[in-house]
Design a binder for this molecule. Structure first.
Ligand code: GTP
Ligand code: MG
Length: 392
């Protein structure tokens, strides 16, 4: 007999449309760890690291600064009630739910933020290596917010995966969501305030973010700064002000009426106030630019986001090809001179060749269409039914 499926968002799995299953969020689904079959989602009333010592935040736990047009205001989250419900019931996302994607660079604190509000045990990274591998939905466990879902996403600056692979992963989720008539009500874009400037990785993320979302998506974006414990309050405020006025992304979002909030690490109320704001904005769900493009029958590579990623992949390919040519020359010279460097150079040459092959392979993922992405989701669901390992 078929095993019961893990929680599904959208219609029931026995309909023709394969709804996207939630992937496991257990310790053994971490990178490099053996993959497990999909278990039921683990929910706990408290996050794993709740008892860890927390450095005092310069926010002093009281105030959020938000902006609305040109005016900024202080918002207290002291009176935001936080509690948790220990609801073990497996639910799926329905088109009437409020679905919020959480995006930002690797290590911005996306999974931490989501864990705070859902009680789900998420993989939390170590700040150096990318952690979240899959796009995953998590239901809020705050009373009154049970119809709110937060979507965890991998950043486009992944330390191990190419942008093509990440876009394909996000694409699968968005295409299936679109087929299930589930659209995002809001997007939370996280930014580490302790980073002195927007580096290359952050710029790449922002470019991709804009191209995935389009104008309508940007108008539904809320900016959230994290890592306030890593800066002095005055310094953080200065950076925040610079971002609001000088960063292309932040300025556009601000002009569209978006707001900025500060998240205080491990402070549930400061996370809840962001979700509360999105709900109270009553903007309603909206299809993203990428979803629209894919629905129109384009391949990933022809979407705005795909064009950007293809460009990145082309540059990466050229870089590796040049490196390989240079290494080949060096290797030949070292061999002729019977140098001790031969072994090391050969190793570097082989590693670079592998990287080039990966780039070429991953680039093919950009040829995916709406149907091929949905077929992959269907295959996952089918494997779930037959109890096979699901994580691809
Ligand atoms: N000081 C501080 N640390 C944080 C904050 N948010 C997250 N962290 C820590 O930063 C590290 C990375 O956090 P994650 O939540 O895994 O970041 P992520 O954005 O999900 O990263 P990826 O999954 O790799 O994209 C973890 O060690 C967290 O404990 C914050 O606001 N302040
Ligand atoms: Mg993560």
């Amino acid at each position: 007999m078929d095993k019961p499926l893990p929680p599904i968002w959208g219609p029931q799995p026995d309909s023709d449309r394969p709804s996207l299953p939630r992937k496991p969020q257990t310790a053994n689904s971490m990178r490099g760890q053996p993959q497990a079959r999909w278990p039921s989602p683990t929910r706990r009333a408290h996050s794993l690291s709740e008892n860890a010592p927390v450095k005092e935040s310069p926010l002093r736990g009281f105030l959020h600064k938000t902006f609305s047009g040109e005016k900024s205001q202080q918002v207290s989250y002291q009176d935001v009630e936080v509690a948790s419900i220990s609801d073990e019931e497996e639910k799926k996302i329905s088109p009437n739910d409020i679905v919020i994607a959480v995006m930002g660079v690797t290590g911005a604190g996306k999974s931490t933020f989501i864990q705070e509000l859902t009680g789900d045990e998420l993989e939390i990274g170590d700040k150096l290596h990318s952690c979240t591998v899959d796009v995953n939905s998590h239901r809020c466990n705050q009373p009154g917010y049970e119809n709110v879902w937060l979507i965890d996403t991998p950043g486009f600056d992944d330390t191990e995966r190419t942008d093509a692979d990440i876009l394909h992963e996000i694409g699968e989720y968005l295409v299936q969501a679109s087929a299930d008539k589930i659209f995002l009500t809001g997007i939370i874009y996280l930014h580490r305030i302790q980073d002195p400037r927007i580096g290359n990785a952050a710029m790449r993320n922002i470019r991709m973010f804009k191209r995935l979302c389009g104008e309508d998506g940007l108008s539904r974006t809320t900016l959230v700064t994290t890592f306030w414990a890593g800066v002095k309050l005055e310094e953080g405020e200065q950076r925040e002000e610079e971002l609001l006025t000088n960063s292309d992304l932040w300025r556009v979002i601000r002009e569209k009426g978006g707001k900025a909030f500060r998240y205080e690490h491990k402070n549930k109320a400061s996370a809840k106030v962001v979700v509360k704001h999105i709900i109270e904005s009553k903007l309603g769900p909206k299809i993203l630019q990428f979803q629209k493009e894919m629905d129109d029958g384009t391949k990933i590579i022809e979407t705005q986001a795909g064009i950007e990623v293809n460009d990145t992949m082309e540059k990466l390919k050229l870089r590796y090809q040049t490196e390989i040519e240079n290494l080949q020359k060096e290797l030949e010279e070292a061999k002729a001179a019977r140098s001790n460097d031969v072994k090391q150079l050969r190793k570097e040459f082989e590693e670079t060749e592998k990287k080039l092959q990966k780039v070429m392979r991953d680039r093919e993922l950009l040829g995916a269409t709406k149907d091929s992405l949905k077929n992959r989701v269907r295959a996952r669901v089918s494997r779930a039914r037959h109890g096979k390992c699901l994580v691809m």
